[in-house]
Design a protein. Structure first.
Length: 266
């Protein structure tokens, strides 16, 4: 439990540290009527047969439809191939998680079912997931763990958290300036920055995205984190992947693959 508690502490630490970094940083028409004078007849005439008027087409106006309100909040839906489609309606983006990633629900009843399912696979997975049960939904848009037993150590499971920070300046600045500023601030706060220069995440939907990597030691445990950043709806969105150093190469490659699925909502 000590390992996963440390991971959870770092996840919250990164979010709070990021908050600290961000704080430093016409007229109507009138018809015309014309009167026509009726001429006086000068001779007697036989009227022609009266024509039967054609029926007048009556136009029935279709009732106006009420626009369907746009969805709000977040939604996660399991796909037929085992992946999970996550949609953040408030921040106007969606992404796809591979089958090995399990979303930790914020609602207690749904969380209980998720823990039960994970316990059937491995009790350590359930213990890892339970450590995230009290995450603040106002701060975190998504929390997920990787259930692949290959990356499970004691009660540690690599995890992902997604946060969105409303800041018009950071949402408008070039990403290279944003990531550079983040690296500098994380370093000032005592984290070891592992990245240099500009690190681009390839995205198949044209979303501009970059990442930074940091290393932090908490309670004697060394942990690495890759933080993917992109801008959406006047927000700076951060996908933070946390893992142990021995898993970082493979897990961070998967992190970039997940970043590549991010798509803006129309």
């Amino acid at each position: 439990m000590k390992h996963i508690k440390t991971i959870r502490i770092l996840g919250i630490f990164i979010a709070l540290l990021t908050l600290s970094v961000l704080s430093c940083s016409g007229s109507s028409g009138i018809p015309n009527f014309f009167a026509t004078k009726t001429p006086t007849p000068t001779s007697t005439f036989t009227p022609s047969p009266t024509l039967t008027p054609s029926p007048t087409l009556t136009v029935t106006q279709a009732p106006s439809s009420t626009p369907t309100p746009l969805p709000t909040g977040i939604n996660a839906e399991k796909q037929s191939d085992g992946t999970t489609l996550f949609v953040d309606y408030d921040n106007k983006f969606k992404l796809t998680l591979p089958a090995d990633w399990v979303i930790i629900p914020f609602k207690k009843d749904t969380l209980a079912q998720t823990l039960s399912n994970l316990a059937k696979e491995n009790p350590q997975l359930a213990a890892a997931a339970k450590a995230f049960e009290n995450m603040d939904p106002e701060m975190f848009r998504l929390v997920a763990i990787n259930k692949n037993l290959k990356y499970l150590k004691n009660t540690f499971a690599s995890n992902l958290n997604v946060t969105a920070y409303e800041n018009e300046l950071l949402a408008a600045m070039p990403l290279e300036f944003v990531t550079g500023a983040m690296e500098e601030q994380f370093q000032k706060q005592g984290a070891k920055v592992l990245t240099h220069d500009v690190n681009i995440v390839e995205n198949s939907h044209g979303v501009a995205m970059q990442y930074i990597e940091i290393e932090q030691t908490i309670s004697g445990n060394k942990i690495q984190q890759r933080v993917l950043m992109f801008q959406s709806n006047k927000k700076l969105v951060m996908l933070s992947f946390t893992t142990l150093p021995q898993f970082s190469k493979e897990l961070f490659a998967e992190a970039n693959a997940i970043g590549g699925t991010v798509e803006m909502l129309k």
